[in-house]
Design a protein around this ligand. Structure first.
Ligand SMILES: [Zn+2]
Length: 282
């Protein structure tokens, strides 16, 4: 029997509801797309094969009306609502006035908000989550996982709302992923990209021991929000990213998997944690 779906943040099985991925107050600051519908595509790939389209659906409504059933009503109206209230002025300044670089005071709450959205997005498809339950619990009190990296920049694309995520499992030896994947977690590396009005957010997460996270850093200049830059200051305004640059950044994980030093070790069975997946060698 399939276990009952739990709230991804507190584990509660009561009061799970479909929630808007982007809060409704954002729609006032975003253009109404034409035509008023959005296309959702699900691609998957085995090993180093090119990604194949698995599902394509066109739904009425803008992409920001997208709903995900992963969070309980108590979390949604409690700490998540408090975080929305805290971050709203910074988000409105960003997408309304396009005020980049972001003021130092806003970086912390903005990073936390983006981290929470990234974790929710991991649960939009089944069996593709990366962040373990203890790290999802910790984000409620403001702790962003150390293996997350969050970047932002303005962009010049006509599209103002979009979402892209790619995830897989990498191991550095045939013994399998290190640290081992916890129950219910099937990925250890992902890139997530959001367009939110004129702002492009790019988030990488690699929960792999001795993995150089810089490998997935943006190939074009973006502000790094998390981990906060060592000196805490963002020196000069960056030019907005062009369409091809946004695409190149979003495809970082594809490039890594295509690298000849990455080997494919066969499908990872759900029941065994130690079955090798994709192998990375130095
Ligand atoms: Zn909850």
């Amino acid at each position: 029997m399939k276990p009952r779906k739990q709230c991804i943040f507190c584990g509660s099985i009561a009061g799970l509801s479909k929630e808007h991925f982007w809060p409704e107050w954002l729609s006032a600051y975003l253009p109404t797309p034409d035509p008023y519908s959005h296309v959702a595509e699900f691609h998957s790939a085995e090993g180093k094969q090119p990604q194949r389209l698995q599902r394509r659906s066109e739904r009425p409504g803008a992409v920001y009306t997208r709903k995900i059933r992963a969070v309980c009503a108590k979390c949604n109206s409690g700490w998540m609502s408090a975080l929305e209230t805290e971050v709203k002025p910074a988000v409105v300044a960003l997408i309304g006035d396009q005020s980049m670089p972001i003021s130092r005071g806003s970086v912390a709450s903005l990073s936390r908000w983006v981290a929470v959205k990234t974790m929710v997005a991991e649960h939009s498809t089944e069996d593709a989550a990366l962040t373990p339950p203890e790290d999802r619990r910790a984000v409620r009190t403001g702790v962003i996982p150390s293996y997350f990296r969050i970047f932002a920049a303005l962009h010049t694309l006509e599209t103002k709302t979009a979402y892209y995520r790619q995830s897989t499992t990498l191991s550095r030896s045939i013994r399998g992923p290190e640290p081992p994947l916890p129950d219910g977690i099937s990925r250890n590396v992902q890139v997530t990209a959001f367009l939110l009005g004129p702002v492009f957010f790019y988030i990488t997460a690699a929960r792999i021991a001795f993995f150089n996270a810089d490998i997935l850093d943006p190939v074009h200049a973006m502000y790094r929000l998390w981990p906060e830059p060592a000196n805490g200051t963002i020196v000069q305004p960056l030019p907005p990213l062009e369409s091809l640059q946004v695409a190149a950044i979003s495809q970082s994980l594809d490039r890594l998997v295509q690298d000849p030093r990455v080997w494919y070790g066969g499908p990872r069975r759900r029941s065994t944690r130690y079955k090798p997946g994709t192998l990375v060698t130095e």
